[in-house]
Design a binder for this molecule. Sequence first.
Ligand code: PRP
Ligand code: URA
Length: 210
Amino acid sequence: MDKPVFVMDHPLIQHKLTFLRDKNTGSKEFRALVSEIAMLMCYEATRNLPLEEATIETPICAAKTKVIAGRKLAFVPILRAGLGMVDGVLEMVPAAKVGHIGLYRDHKTLQPVEYYSKLPLDINERDVIVLDPMLATGGSAVDAISIIKRSSPKSIKFMCIIAAPEGLEALTKAHPDVQVYCAAVDDHLNEFGYIVPGLGDAGDRIFGTL
Ligand code: PRP
Ligand code: URA
């Protein structure tokens, strides 16, 4: 495995992240930015997909070239905010299947509460990338991955946009086998469990429920 946490500091991602954090960015632009960042992150998160040789005919001659080997991917967004990342990653891997895990954080206890789970039937034959823009205490990601592991996927990666150090510690401790990708590691969590400086409540900003 690569390093357990991979921070994607690509200039395009960092530029878009600045506008995502800005409190003056409205829902329409926020949704577009989440999707674009997810698409760019997917490029890196799929870097180790194995290739196999293929022979095709160009207009000039026969050529030996490469295609992705018959490996199957599934994306699993954590509802609600993870939904904002789905369109972007499907632009990159349109043949992937999509499962859903519904979790919300209880505002008082900050503990995740599960309310929905629907995964592809053949998930045991698939590599899974879990999607959620925010990793705060890590409770939601840890539980979502535990739920997915019960279906024995081939591998699991976790892709978030902003991570708190507290969440990274909890996630890498609970699931050391899961490679984590993020665009930024922020400073800390505040007393309400929000990431500082963060971007506020990702689900509310995506769906306009502020
Ligand atoms: C947010 C976010 C994560 C979770 C992160 O979801 O999208 O799922 O909080 O926090 P944690 O790391 O402390 O668990 P939220 O519970 O606000 O639900 P929503 O997406 O439906 O708004
Ligand atoms: N969930 C969010 O949407 N934002 C945070 O800062 C923490 C949890």
